[in-house]
Design a protein around this ligand. Structure first.
Ligand code: URA
Length: 241
């Protein structure tokens, strides 16, 4: 990569400004002053500094994507068994991104992918209390007392869930439909919660994370998350004031 392009990627300024700095003899590569314009450097190996003091580092462009994960896909970057992954769904070729949290193979719905580790942590750690809303179709007809157990928190096998919001939506033949809101993300948590009250999940979809909703995205579709949406999510964590 050309030195001035690398410097621009590091946030030093425009390429013109970077060229000026090179001309002024203020740029060093591996400790030696650069004397000519247009030299090539290897960003992975060469150490570029300004005035021999400030080592320049490329600013990674942050990427935020939301996918409506279809059923029958694995929430992983790569699957040794060759199953379709969520990265295959978006056919991504522009650098490393990874899923934030996970949805089961058979779960559909909202999944965020990013290269921003701090953001991923804030979305998943329960202390930030980011709500995750699920549309759940379960077998049978849970009694009000069962729903209260879900609301208050219950043992799902080695873990007691914290409080949840549960809303009855409809009856569907032999099944019932609920909206469930939690802010934890234990493995198969929603399925284990309904199983614990004797009403296994037959269909599960995540509709919302914080302020971000699936909207019109169809299973398998994806879009970039807008800056304002990211800021709103960060505000919910208390990370932006
Ligand atoms: N809870 C589950 O049980 N499964 C999911 O995929 C997500 C939450």
């Amino acid at each position: 990569m050309r030195l001035q392009k690398f410097m621009a990627y590091c946030g030093v300024g425009s390429r013109r400004k970077c060229e000026d700095l090179i001309r002024q003899g203020r740029v060093y590569v591996n400790g030696s002053k650069v004397k000519e314009m247009g030299i090539l450097i290897d960003p992975a190996k060469d150490i570029v500094s300004l005035d021999r003091k400030h080592v320049l580092k490329m600013v990674e462009k942050k990427i935020y994507i939301m996918l409506n994960k279809p059923q029958g896909t694995i929430t992983s970057v790569h699957d040794p068994q060759g199953r379709k992954t969520v990265l295959d769904c978006i056919n991504w070729k522009n650098g490393r991104i990874y899923p934030v949290g996970r949805l089961d193979y058979d779960t559909e719905g909202l999944l965020i992918l990013t290269n921003d580790g701090e953001f991923a942590y804030m979305m998943t750690h329960p202390k930030y209390e980011i709500e995750k809303e699920y549309y759940c179709v379960v077998k049978g007809f849970p009694k009000p007392a069962d729903l209260d157990r879900l609301r208050q928190g219950l043992d799902i096998g080695g873990f007691v869930t914290s409080t949840a919001k549960v809303e009855y939506l409809a009856k569907k033949k032999e099944n019932s439909v609920f909206r469930l809101v939690i802010h934890e993300g234990k493995k198969r948590q929603v399925r284990r919660m309904f199983k614990a009250i004797g009403h296994p999940v037959v269909y599960l979809r995540r509709d919302r994370i914080g302020n971000l909703t699936l909207g019109k995205l169809k299973p398998g579709d994806w879009r970039y998350i807008a800056n304002e949406e990211i800021i709103d999510l960060k505000i919910l964590t208390g990370g932006v004031r």
